[in-house]
Ligand binder design. Structure first.
Ligand code: V1S
Ligand code: ZN
Length: 369
């Protein structure tokens, strides 16, 4: 454990599974799970592994994943192989019904391809988020991290936005077994629709509040989601908060929204645990997002949530400029631990990726937007 600037100690648990790094969405695809391996290599090179307990866990079981997902969809994910899909027939038909490998007419890569080892991949990233939630629930950790989790678009019975299994819903459900109210905070550039829908439409829960900060511009994925007026219904009414942002928000603009809104949410909802999705596609220079957040600005949101000093689960998610993603999640790991590190990236296996940013962790914000 470490002593932090606020004087409080934080015990941090960290999940990392190297087999996730080998998952391949396809040559042209923007989702590259190797970014988690890059973040891990950076974390190790800065000597941060000694400041955290490593979570060693088993992959999530069918039963755990079926705690949220529809049994037929779970069977499909288990049955699906690229060969079975390629051969057409029954599995391919079932897959298309679940938005996996939905054929693109222009021959370009699809959002949710039938990747090799798909079920193993899902079980591992979901297993990490569940283990992290259990570490918080048992009191073993104050902060738990799974940078391979945060796959927030996955729906009850279909894949969406590169996400097949919604590890966030599974982790929140696990936390609800131990805490009365759980807050979900989302800073990925894409609206946190899968988590919002799970707790608003399917669970109708008033014990979970979802707060999503996301880009809301014409044609931006997912369309028609995350409007300010979407506040939840029935028992879940006023449990969804949606903060739609325009293109090009910088650190000051973003934090001027984030901090007062989250202060108010904390005061009104009074959660007992927090789950934060730290999608790094809200960073400046992302291949999909159009925001101007620096790593320091993104991490300021994490630091702000950590300052409430309650069980905190940090998850990854989107992020499509791999060197930015890895640098961001490495720095946010130091925020969790409460340790200062230098800007000079130590020599390590991926250091060539940081050459263009002068081997500095804090790459400069290029305000093109
Ligand atoms: N924006 C965007 C985007 N880019 C792609 C994409 C690009 C290259 C590929 F080879 C394959 C896909 N898809 C999208 C979005 C989905 C974004 C998902 C973000 C996920 C997350 O960061 O929030 C969490 C991990 N999809 C679309 O815009 C849908 C299409 C409408 C356009 C793209 N084509 C391929 C499918 C249909
Ligand atoms: Zn995203």
């Amino acid at each position: 454990s470490q002593s932090c600037p606020d004087g409080a100690k934080r015990r941090v648990c960290y999940y990392y599974d190297r087999s996730i790094a080998g998952v391949d969405y396809g040559e042209d695809h923007v989702m590259v799970p190797r970014h988690v391996d890059m973040a891990h290599a950076l974390i190790r090179s800065y000597g941060l592994l000694g400041d955290m307990a490593r979570l060693r866990t088993r992959p999530a079981t069918d039963a755990e994943i079926s705690g949220f997902h529809d049994a037929r969809y779970v069977r499909l994910l288990r049955d699906l192989t690229p060969e079975g899909f390629g051969a057409g027939g029954e599995v391919a038909r079932r897959a298309r019904g679940c938005n996996v490998g939905a054929v693109s007419t222009d021959g370009r890569s699809v959002d949710n391809p039938p990747v090799a080892g798909l079920w193993d991949y899902c079980q591992r990233y979901a297993g990490g988020s569940l283990a992290a939630a259990r570490a918080l629930a048992s009191g073993e950790a104050d902060v738990a991290i799974n940078w391979s989790g945060g796959m927030h678009h996955a729906c009850l019975d279909k894949a969406s936005g590169f996400c097949y299994v919604n590890d966030i819903v599974l982790a929140i459900d696990e936390l609800l077994g131990h805490f009365r109210r759980v807050l979900y905070v989302h800073i990925d550039v894409h609206h946190g629709d899968g988590v919002e829908t799970a707790f608003r439409r399917f669970r109708r829960s008033n014990r979970v509040m979802t707060v999503s900060f996301h880009q809301r511009t014409e044609g931006f994925f997912p369309e028609r989601r995350g409007l300010l007026e979407h506040v939840g219904e029935g028992a879940g009414r006023l449990r969804a908060v949606n903060v739609a942002i325009k293109k090009g928000m910088d650190d000051d603009g973003y934090c001027r929204l984030f901090e007062p809104i989250m202060s108010e949410v904390m005061a009104v909802f009074q959660p007992e645990a927090i789950v934060m999705q730290c999608g790094a596609d809200s960073l400046s220079g992302d291949r999909l997002g159009h925001q101007n957040l620096s790593i320091a600005g993104h991490a300021r949101c994490v630091r702000f949530m950590r300052s409430f000093n309650m069980p905190l689960l940090l998850l990854g998610g989107g992020g499509y400029t791999v060197n930015h993603v890895a640098a961001c999640w490495c720095y946010e790991t130091t925020v969790a631990i409460g340790k200062e590190i230098g800007d000079d990236i130590p020599t390590h296996s991926y250091d060539g990726y940081y050459r263009r940013q002068g081997y500095k962790l804090f790459y400069p914000v290029d305000k093109k937007i």
